[in-house]
Design a protein. Structure first.
Ligand code: CTP
Length: 154
C-alpha cells in the first residue's frame, strides 16, 4: 500500500505536530511520553499499525496546537528511533526533524530507586545516561533496561 492510504486514514491537521514513522505499536507510549491522556482537551489523532513503505507497519500521532520539548523528543527517540517530527503551520509542514539517540535524557523518566535523590522531594530533575541497551541514572547509577515507558513521569 502507499502513503496515500495512510493519509486517508488519518486526516491532515492545521497546526501542531505530526509524529510519523513511529515503531508499530508504540503510539500509546508516545502519548504518555508527551503527557497526553485526553484530560488536557487537545485534539489528537492516532494511527496504529498502518501500512508504511519504509517500515512495513508504523504508528502515527497527530497532536493539534502543541509542539514537543527537546526532552520529550529525546525519550521518544529511545522507543521510536525512526520517528520523524513534523511541525505543521496552516496545513504546511514547516519543520521536519528526524529523532536522534541522545547522550542523556533529562526530566521525563523517573528513577525506580526509591532512595534516589530524585525521589526525595528535592527540586532535582532526573538525568539518565543513554546506554546501548538501556539508561543509567546519573545520581544513583540504577540502570533501566526494559519497559522504559513504565518509568515515564506522570
Ligand atoms: N501532515 C498532516 N497535516 C498536514 C501536513 C502533513 O497530518 N497539514 C502529515 C502527513 O500526513 C505525513 C506527515 O505529516 O504523515 C509529513 O508530511 P509530508 O512531509 O508532507 O509527508 P512525506 O513527504 O511523506 O514525509 P516523509 O518524507 O517524512 O515520509
Amino acid at each position: 500500500m502507499t502513503d496515500i492510504d495512510t493519509e486517508l486514514r488519518v486526516s491532515k491537521i492545521q497546526n501542531g505536530t505530526v509524529i510519523d514513522h513511529v515503531t508499530g505499536g508504540e503510539a500509546l507510549h508516545v502519548l504518555s511520553i508527551i503527557g497526553i491522556d485526553g484530560s488536557g482537551g487537545e485534539t489528537v489523532s492516532v494511527g496504529i499499525n498502518v501500512p508504511s513503505d519504509r517500515l512495513g507497519r508504523k504508528d502515527i500521532v497527530k497532536v493539534e496546537g502543541r509542539e514537543l520539548s527537546q526532552s520529550e523528543v529525546d525519550v521518544l527517540s529511545l522507543i521510536a528511533p525512526d520517528a520523524t517530527i513534523n511541525i505543521i503551520r496552516e496545513y504546511e509542514v514547516t519543520e521536519k526533524q528526524c529523532v536522534e539517540r541522545p547522550e542523556e535524557v533529562t526530566g521525563v523518566l523517573e528513577c525506580p530507586n526509591p532512595n534516589c535523590i530524585t525521589n526525595a522531594g528535592e527540586p532535582v530533575d532526573t538525568r539518565f545516561e543513554v546506554l546501548s541497551d538501556g539508561v543509567r541514572c546519573e545520581y544513583c547509577d540504577t540502570i533501566i533496561r526494559e519497559d522504559l515507558t513504565e518509568h515515564i513521569k506522570s
